[in-house]
Design a protein around this ligand. Structure first.
Ligand SMILES: [Zn+2]
Length: 67
């Protein structure tokens, strides 16, 4: 499978897969909303690690669900 790539691929700035920055804040969840703001701010500053951490927090947040 050594098919040469003819098109140029854009330089990858983030050593992360796009899904690592994924994460949908739950409606009405203050924590998620705050994390989403942090993620956006971090991305704006180019701080991909912080953005990733915020996204991860959103993904694993229980959104107020109680056990
Ligand atoms: Zn949440």
């Amino acid at each position: 499978m050594a098919d040469p790539t003819r098109y140029t691929t854009p330089p990858v700035e983030l050593p992360l897969d796009p899904w690592l920055l994924d994460g949908t804040p739950a409606n009405g969840c203050d924590v998620c909303m705050a994390l989403a703001r942090q993620r956006k701010a971090a991305l704006g500053k180019g701080d991909s690690r912080k953005a990733f951490e915020a996204a991860a927090e959103i993904r694993k947040h229980p959104h107020g669900r109680r056990k």
